[in-house]
Design a protein around this ligand. Structure first.
Ligand code: ADP
Ligand code: MG
Length: 396
C-alpha cells in the first residue's frame, strides 16, 4: 500500500526527521487556506499522486511540472489553478497519467546539495538494506545503471537492527563531516525505526538535501507498506487514498481476491499466486497478453468466482477469459458448479476456456460439459492457453 508525499512527511516528522512546513489541499477553499498559512515568499506547489518523477512531468493540457517553486502566494495560487483536477503524466504514470486531486504547499529550501536515502526490503538476503547516494534528486535507477559505484548499499540484519556504526559508515560515504554526521544519524535512525515499526517495504527520501545554512532536511518522501501487515496499523490504513487505486482492484479487495489490472486482453482467473504467474507466462509465450493477475485463493466460493467474473468483465479491454483452477483444498466439481452459476449470473460475451485439474476433475468436467454455458474445456494448461489465444485472435 502506498501513501502520498504529504502523509509520508507527517510520519517522518513523527520519527524526528526534519521536513519543510507544509499544508495539503483538495479543493479551492483548502488551497486558499493552505497558502495563507505560508509566508508571502518562495513556496513549492506539489501535485500529490502515487507516482514519482513529478518535477519533470507534464500535464495533459501542456502545463509543465508537477512540482513548482514559485516566488509568492499569488504565483502559488496560479500554479494550483493549473494543477488541481488536471492530469499529470510522468515517467512512472504511464501515458494515461494521473488526475491530481490533492496539492501540497510547502516552504522552499535553499538547496546546497541533493542526496538519495532509502531503506528497502531485500528479499534475496532477507534483510533490509540502506541505499544512499550523493546523486540525489534524480531517477535512482538511472544512477544505478550509469554510475553504479555511486550507490552505497549497507545491509541491516533484522536481529541486530540499525547500529550507530551503520549511520557513520553511510554518513562518511556521503561525505558528511562534523555536525552533519550527527544530523544524518538522527535522520537514518528515525527512518529505520519507522521502516521497522510500520512494516514498510520501502521508505525513500529523494532528495534529502543539505541547505546553504548547513541543515539536512527531507524534501520528498515515498513510503510503501506491506499490505499483509496493514491490519496491525489502523492509523496507516486510514491514509489509503482510493482515488489513487484502480476501481477494479478496490472491488477485488472487498471480496478477498488478489487482483492486479494489466494492459493485455486475455483475462485470467486462477487459484494460487504461483499458478497465476505461470498462466500469465504461458499466455504470453503463445503470443497473447494477460489483462490481469487474479488469484481467487485456495477456498474460493461461488460468490467470489461471480465477483471475479464481474470485475474481469468490467474491463473493456478483455477479449477472452482463461480459467485455470487446481482443485486441491477445493474440489473440481465444487469449482465447476461455481463457474457455471457465476457464468449464468454474469453475461459472458467473450470466449471462455476452462482448465480444471485435481480432485474430482472428471465430475467437474462433466458439470461444465452439461451446463449449457458456452465455454471450451481444456485438458492441460498448454492447450488452454493455445485455445484462448487463438480464439481471441480470431475474434479480432
Ligand atoms: P519528484 O521526485 O516527484 O519529481 P520532488 O519532491 O523530489 O518530486 O521534487 C523535485 C525537485 O524539486 C527536487 O529534486 C528538488 O530539487 C525540488 N524541490 C522539491 N521540494 C522542494 C522544496 N521544498 N524546496 C526547494 N526545492 C524543492
Ligand atoms: Mg523526488
Amino acid at each position: 500500500m502506498n501513501i502520498h508525499e504529504y502523509q509520508a512527511k507527517r510520519l517522518l516528522q513523527e520519527y524526528g526527521v526534519p521536513v519543510p512546513r507544509g499544508y495539503a489541499a483538495t479543493n479551492s477553499r483548502e488551497v486558499e487556506t493552505a497558502i495563507s498559512h505560508l509566508g508571502d515568499d518562495m513556496i513549492v506547489v506539489k501535485a500529490q499522486i502515487h507516482a514519482g518523477g513529478r518535477g519533470k512531468g507534464t500535464f495533459t493540457d501542456g502545463y509543465k511540472g508537477g512540482v513548482k517553486v514559485v516566488k509568492n502566494r499569488e504565483e502559488a495560487q496560479e500554479a494550483a489553478n493549473h494543477m488541481l483536477d488536471n492530469t499529470l503524466v510522468t515517467a512512472q504514470t504511464g501515458p494515461e497519467g494521473r488526475k491530481v486531486q490533492t496539492l501540497y504547499f510547502t516552504e522552499a529550501c535553499d538547496i546546497d546539495h541533493e542526496y538519495y536515502l532509502a531503506i528497502v526490503l531485500d528479499r534475496e538476503t532477507a534483510q533490509s538494506v540502506i541505499i544512499a547516494s550523493t546523486e540525489g534528486g534524480m531517477d535512482i535507477e538511472a544512477v544505478a545503471e550509469k554510475t553504479p559505484e555511486k550507490i552505497i548499499r549497507v545491509p541491516i540484519s533484522p536481529t541486530m537492527g540499525l547500529r550507530h556504526y551503520h549511520c557513520r559508515r553511510v554518513a562518511f560515504a556521503l561525505g558528511f563531516a562534523g555536525d552533519q554526521v550527527k544530523q544524518f544519524a538522527r535522520i537514518l535512525t528515525g527512518l529505520y525505526k519507522m521502516f521497522w515499526e510500520k512494516n514498510a517495504m520501502l521508505v525513500e527520501i529523494n532528495p534529502l538535501v543539505t541547505t546553504k545554512q548547513g541543515q539536512l532536511i527531507a524534501l520528498d518522501a515515498k513510503v510503501s507498506f506491506d499490505s499483509n501487515a496493514i491490519f496491525q496499523h489502523p492509523e496507516i490504513q486510514q491514509l489509503r487514498d482510493l482515488n489513487e487505486e484502480d476501481p477494479k482492484e478496490i472491488e477485488a479487495s472487498k471480496h478477498n481476491l488478489a487482483y492486479i489490472a494489466l494492459d493485455g486482453n486475455i483475462a485470467c482467473m486462477v487459484n494460487g499466486a504461483g499458478l497465476a504467474m505461470a498462466t500469465m507466462d504461458i499466455i504470453q509465450s503463445f503470443g497473447g497478453s494477460p489483462a490481469n493477475f487474479l488469484d481467487v485463493g485456495g477456498g474460493a466460493n461461488e460468490d467470489q468466482v461471480t465477483a471475479a467474473f464481474k470485475i474481469i468483465l468490467s474491463d473493456p479491454n478483455v477479449k477472452g477469459i482463461l480459467v485455470n483452477i487446481f482443485g486441491g483444498i477445493m474440489k473440481c466439481d465444487v469449482i465447476a458448479n461455481g463457474i457455471v452459476a457465476a457464468a449464468k449470473n454474469v453475461e459472458i460475451k467473450v470466449p471462455l476456456v476452462v482448465r480444471l485439474e485435481g480432485t474430482n476433475v472428471e465430475a467437474g468436467k462433466k458439470i461444465l460439459r452439461e451446463s449449457g454455458v458456452a465455454l471450451t474445456p481444456a485438458d492441460s494448461l498448454v492447450q488452454a492457453a493455445e485455445i484462448i489465444v487463438e480464439q481471441v485472435k480470431n475474434a479480432d
